[in-house]
Design a protein around this ligand. Structure first.
Ligand SMILES: *Cc1c(COP(=O)(O)O)cnc(C)c1O
Length: 432
């Protein structure tokens, strides 16, 4: 259903006191039209809005909810942690529990530091790379989103891809001038930048699997090239695993590609739905952080015990049983992909689906999925807007932007997926 009376009323009120009625831009439905639904509660694969309509959710809070909404392990861990105190601003055992799980699971992480968001994790990792190398420049790839820190709001995806602006107002030219932007999947251009300016470059940052402007899967060769060029020039390779970390497998995109970054950043799944980010890497780099070293970074709520408990409960569930959860997620993702491809074919569309594990992106343009932002057909956004509205009528909730991916959780069982595929079939019949 489109937004009901209660959602509409709340939205009108929200717009008076919150810019566009939201606290994060894409939530406003700006690029698909209509008005946002106000969630009332959520459980497993579904949520119910304030008007009492229930939807199957493929947003999952934009990635964190890999176990589904309100998973009992996580809710229990959070409740019992909260009962013992919401925040200490001092060391607690919960920090060690989560850090140990992360460090024991990901081979290239010797130490981690927790922060409160993915943005903060990336911002801090960049500062650390600059501190370690004594250099200022950073290389990023167009279409990759790394949060909203100033020097990375250059050719970013996510909400920004929707706005069609390469950058944001309020970012000084001088900051942006330290950021060099290269197209994804373009080995020649990347090599040229590193050849020309390699000795000025503090870090090369890339999303594990770029998933904020569609799902732009990179080749292992390209990822290895980044690794090799960083080693050659002394730049640090930062793998932004905010989406991919603990989402596509225990070792994230690093494991997927068989590469070992110098620093990696985390968020989303690692907090299990609570505000957690993390960055980590080799001990020699991490020991440059204050108070051991000269690179300052701090946080009043960093390592918050309630948030740590949510993250630990989530990872514990994912990692138990030798990572069977990831096989299950991949099976669900594969079934969904196949179902969608079949439906597209049945409707005479030459569209496809890009997928890595439980992350899927609807490629509403002809041919195989693109590998770079520049190859995304902007016309797909109009089709997506119609499809999005038709799916809402069918009780299926996808992200309100053509550039966003879909997330499958462990709470989406095969019958949920099969029902959603049928809903796509009906939605496509409707929009023609
Ligand atoms: C979501 C995201 C971020 C920012 O994380 P926030 O918690 O929203 O600040 C950074 N990098 C990537 C790859 C992301 O997907």
């Amino acid at each position: 259903m489109s937004a009901g009376d209660i959602s509409r009323k709340l939205y009108a009120k929200a717009c008076e006191i919150l810019p566009a009625g939201v606290n994060s831009p894409v939530r406003a439905f700006g690029s698909v039209g209509g008005e946002p639904l106000f969630y009332a509660s959520a459980r497993g694969a579904t949520f119910t809005d304030v008007d009492g309509e229930t939807y199957v959710d493929y947003v999952g809070s934009w990635g964190p909810l890999i176990l589904g909404h309100a998973h009992s392990d996580v809710v229990q861990a959070v409740s019992s942690a909260a009962a013992k105190g919401l925040s200490y601003g001092a060391p607690c055992a919960e920090e060690i529990a989560l850090a140990a799980m992360v460090v024991e699971t990901v081979p290239h992480l010797e130490m981690v530091r927790f922060v409160s968001s993915g943005t903060e994790a990336v911002m801090s990792a960049i500062r650390l790379a600059r501190g370690v190398t004594g250099r200022d420049a950073v290389v990023k790839f167009s279409g990759c989103y790394h949060g909203h820190a100033d020097h990375l709001l250059v050719s970013a995806g996510s909400g920004l891809a929707t706005f069609g602006t390469p950058s944001s107002a309020g970012v000084p030219e001088a900051f942006a001038s330290h950021t060099l932007v290269v197209e994804l999947d373009d080995a020649e251009a990347f090599r040229a930048v590193m050849a020309e300016r390699g000795d000025e470059i503090a870090a090369v940052i890339i999303e594990g699997i770029p998933a904020n402007a569609g799902l732009l899967v990179q080749s292992s060769e390209f990822m290895r090239l980044i690794r090799d060029e960083c080693t050659r020039t002394g730049a640090l390779m930062i793998l932004d695993e905010v989406i991919t970390g603990f989402r596509i497998g225990p070792g994230g995109a690093a494991e997927h590609y068989g590469i070992s970054p110098d620093l990696a950043t985390y968020g989303k799944v690692i907090g299990g739905g609570m505000p957690v980010g993390a960055y980590g890497g080799k001990r020699e780099y991490m020991e440059q952080l204050a108070p051991l070293g000269p690179v300052y970074q701090a946080g009043t709520l960093s390592g918050n015990p309630v948030a740590m408990a949510a993250g630990a409960a989530t990872l514990r569930r994912l990692l138990q049983g030798g990572g069977r959860a990831y096989t299950q997620l991949d099976d669900l993702g594969a079934a969904f992909e196949k179902g969608l491809r079949d439906v597209f074919k049945d409707h005479g569309k030459k569209w496809s689906v890009a997928r890595v594990g439980s992350i899927l992106w609807l490629v509403l343009q002809d041919g195989e999925p693109p590998h770079k932002y520049e190859d995304i057909d902007p016309a797909a956004a109009d089709i997506y807007a119609k499809l999005h509205a038709a799916l809402l009528e069918q009780g299926v909730y996808c992200a309100p932007s053509a550039y966003e991916v879909m997330f499958v959780s462990l709470a989406h069982d095969p019958s949920t997926i099969a029902d959603t595929v049928k809903a796509f079939d009906r939605a496509l019949s409707e929009i023609g």
